[in-house]
Design a protein around this ligand. Structure first.
Ligand SMILES: [Zn+2]
Length: 491
């Protein structure tokens, strides 16, 4: 029923939103029409999220997702390869629980932050660390030594959106080193999500973290704060059992449509297949995985042959350090000069408003040009800033032109890495329209002759020096790899 209603909406969209005069050529038009038609993209999303579920890299579900993606490309007649790579550090939460005791006793809902260490009934005084600022630590003084610190956070809902999400990473990158220097037993963040919703971001230091880190349900954390501020003495006892520490193999999935006249020129469009494991990774990032599979499927079904080779890459290990895309840049080092572009789709199902062009201003007019085919779905606006946080990153520091689809916040940030990131949060109609927009850009790159040169090490350093890239890289625990030469272009 729902599908029937949506289909008629798509027909209306096709008739009213896309100006035929703006359509670049017949094949673009055919592809756009196919994307708006009766494709299995929503059924694919249902399978990936509800059947396979959360797909933390290193889990059995993640391996199931790899097999599923391979089968999807094969069923669509698309050439598919898997590429194994080493994940340096396993981390999975097994068991976590905590309780408050002292003047008042009660249980509290918690999860561990990824890369938290284990703790066995670790009991310590629980202290109000305010927002975790320098002033808060000055106020706490020696009392922080050996204590659990509870950090208050602003609420992150749809009204706050992505800015709030980047602020959370930024704040944690300052708070955690401060807390460890003060000798804390562990850090507990008030969940920024309303009511009892839990989520998790990686420890600020990534796999180098050596302390217990928790997120506590907002309602519980607010109760604790009220009691502490009323002068009550409380302790926290937490047990965190994680499986961690060893390297293991994970797998990227690469669907390829070979170019007919310039097969050595590669245009790469990627979305990460892995997710965190509290929810089922629908907005982050199942929705964009199924979108790319569907675009590949429709190109193949229509028998369209691009001039350049299109690679549809489903990354793994993204959530735990952008590892799959980093390892791809290592494994394909010899081909990177011929990577025309590497684009990432990773901001849920809000309307695609344009692309982040990564500090390569010449990309703006190219993308503008490709988007004229779908001008009716705009307006579009490219933002020429470099962003860290998804799989464009290692291409950026290898000097390869890179893009991130910019999407309106919608409900992305509020469900990000949370138990609520599930199938029902995805805007199915907008998914269809975003797939049309993505298809126009993919087809544009795949058939153009224009190309930007790969940047040299000096040019990449200049980009870092002239933007806030260094802080962004530190916030996502990837600065060290660039600084020590294990990541990026160094010749
Ligand atoms: Zn993501």
């Amino acid at each position: 029923m729902r599908i029937t209603i949506l289909r008629s909406l798509f027909t209306i969209a096709a008739l009213t939103l896309i100006s035929p005069a703006a359509v670049a050529n017949d094949n673009t038009e055919r592809l756009i029409a196919a994307m708006l038609g009766d494709t299995p993209v929503v059924e694919d999303l249902h399978e990936l999220t509800d059947t396979i579920g959360g797909r933390l890299t290193g889990s059995a579900a993640n391996r199931d997702a790899v097999a599923w993606a391979v089968a999807k490309f094969r069923q669509a007649g698309i050439s598919v390869a898997t590429e194994d790579f080493e994940m340096p550090y396993q981390w999975q939460e097994k068991v976590v629980y905590a309780s408050v005791s002292g003047d008042i006793d009660f249980g509290v809902g918690v999860v561990a932050k990824p890369f938290s260490t284990s703790a066995n009934a670790l009991k310590a005084p629980l202290l109000d660390a305010g927002s975790g600022s320098e002033e808060d630590f000055a106020r706490l003084g020696d009392a922080a030594d050996g204590a659990w610190l509870l950090v208050e956070t602003p609420v992150l809902d749809d009204a706050v959106g992505l800015d709030g999400l980047f602020a959370e990473y930024n704040d944690a990158a300052a708070i955690e080193p401060r807390a460890f220097a003060a000798g804390v037993a562990g850090v507990v963040y008030m969940s920024s999500r309303p009511r009892n919703l839990l989520f998790r971001h990686n420890a600020a230091l990534g796999s180098r973290n050596e302390h217990p880190l928790l997120v506590m349900e907002r309602e519980d954390a607010k109760r604790v704060m009220r009691l502490l501020r009323a002068g009550r003495n409380l302790s926290l006892t937490a047990t965190i059992e994680v499986e961690d520490g060893y390297a293991y193999t994970a797998t990227n999935v690469i669907g390829e449509i070979r170019g007919k006249s310039r097969p050595d020129e590669i245009v790469l469009f990627g979305a990460h297949l892995d997710s965190h494991d509290l929810g089922t990774g629908a907005l982050d990032n199942g929705v964009n995985v199924v979108m790319l599979i569907d675009i590949a499927r429709q190109i193949t079904r229509l028998g369209l042959r691009p001039e350049r080779t299109i690679r549809f890459v489903l990354w793994n290990g993204e959530e735990q350090g952008l590892v799959g895309s980093w390892q791809y840049t290592e494994q394909h080092e010899a081909e990177l000069d011929n990577h025309i572009v590497s684009a990432s789709f990773d901001i849920g199902s809000g309307r695609t408003t344009g692309f982040f062009t990564g500090g390569r201003p010449d990309l703006v007019s190219m993308v503008d040009d490709y988007l004229t085919a779908v001008a009716g779905l705009g307006p579009f606006h490219q933002i020429d800033v470099p962003l860290v946080g998804t799989d464009n990153f290692d291409f950026m520091i290898e000097g390869v032109p890179n893009l991130i689809a910019n999407q309106s916040d919608a409900n992305y940030a509020s469900n990000y890495h949370a138990e609520s990131d599930t199938f029902d949060k995805v805007d199915q109609q907008q998914l269809r329209l975003n797939s049309v927009i993505a298809a126009a850009v993919i087809w544009g790159f795949a058939n153009d002759t224009a190309r930007l040169p790969r940047q040299s090490h000096e040019e990449i350093e200049a980009l870092i020096g002239s933007t806030d890239l260094e802080q962004q890289m530190k916030n996502f625990a990837v600065w060290d790899g660039w600084a020590d030469g294990t990541r990026g272009r160094h010749e």
